[in-house]
Design a protein around this ligand. Structure first.
Ligand code: ADP
Length: 304
């Protein structure tokens, strides 16, 4: 990740981002492409990644099938798809928390062998420790890594400032609102200075106003830190609001169905006409997959 206070970071970032824009032809701000050109500098590459699980009913379940995906340095990629299409599985594999049944993940061209501080996963239920203060939560990873008290205190302060929580460092988690807890989780993740932030439906449980605010904050932090983000959501508008690219997965087994380049100017808003239009286009493709997932659920209910 580009560290904070790195004077070159925004220039680098805009170069990478304009490179992405150059790679995709634009049609009214949206490009749906069958074959997506690889970004010039791939931060993350998934090659023929498949995953199987043991199914209680019919042997093995193919959750992901031959996923090919390349994410550029500093790119913001959103993954959408119906429930059960393997979005969380994909993030777990990128995080190195589970190994794929087949295929490989590369970070900066090197194969991912397991979990590492270069990738960090933020879940919807955050995993904050209620017995620690906000600052102690943010410092936790650094403490585990053996960083000195002064250094980790300084870093925690920097990242809490970045998420606008500098005045809450001595509070406990139960004293914070849902949106503030999200920002603590974000600060804790950023404090480990990962190259890649993996976010699994992080804002799904928040009210609309708080979510809007966090979209703005996340976009600002992304621009300031230069992180590469892979963001899973079932909310297509959210994906268009945030992403440089939206990757649509099919219902089981999860395959890359279509990639949409979002060439709309930033900052964007959920209510923007262009955002709504593009979300509708993606929804049209997603609908078939949702129908398949509902049919599968129905079949399972009638013939368990
Ligand atoms: P999504 O995040 O898109 O809802 P998941 O990645 O959670 O999808 O799951 C994909 C499929 O794999 C689902 O059918 C789910 O039931 C199944 N699955 C996920 N984890 C396991 C597991 N540990 N054991 C067995 N099946 C699993």
């Amino acid at each position: 990740m580009h560290k904070l206070n790195n004077a070159t970071k925004l220039t680098d970032l805009s170069r990478v981002r304009s490179e992405h824009r150059r790679l995709g032809p634009t049609v009214a701000g949206v490009t749906s492409v069958a074959v997506v050109p690889r970004p010039a500098s791939a931060k993350l590459t998934l090659q023929k990644v498949s995953q199987r699980y043991q199914s209680p009913h019919n042997g093995q379940l193919l959750a992901l099938d031959n996923i090919e995906l390349s994410v550029g340095a500093g790119e913001f990629v959103c993954i959408v798809g119906p429930s059960g299409c393997g979005k969380s599985t994909l993030l777990h594999i990128i995080a190195g928390l589970t190994h794929p049944a087949a295929g490989e993940v590369f970070l900066d061209g090197k194969p991912v062998q397991g979990a590492g501080t270069d990738r960090i996963l933020i879940f919807q239920d955050l995993g904050l420790f209620p017995w620690l203060t906000v600052a102690q939560n943010v410092e936790f990873g650094m403490r585990m890594a053996g960083m000195s008290k002064n250094e980790r205190r300084e870093k925690a302060r920097n990242y809490l400032r970045l998420v606008h929580l500098a005045n809450f460092e001595d509070n406990y988690v139960h004293q914070l609102s849902g949106g503030m807890k999200q920002r603590v989780a974000l600060a804790r993740a950023l404090a480990t200075e990962p190259d890649v932030l993996l976010m699994d439906e992080p804002f799904a449980a928040l009210d609309a106003q708080t979510r809007d605010l966090l979209h703005d904050e996340l976009e600002r932090i992304w621009a300031e830190t230069g992180s590469t983000i892979v963001f899973v959501t079932h909310n297509v508008r959210e994906a268009v609001r945030l992403g440089d690219r939206v990757v649509l997965l099919t219902f089981r087994p999860g395959r890359v169905k279509t990639e949409f380049h979002v060439n709309l100017p930033r900052p964007r808003h959920l209510e923007d006409v262009d955002v709504a239009q593009m979300a509708r286009d993606i929804h049209d493709e997603l609908r078939d997959e949702i129908n398949k997932s509902l049919e599968a659920e129905y079949r399972h209910e009638t013939h368990p």
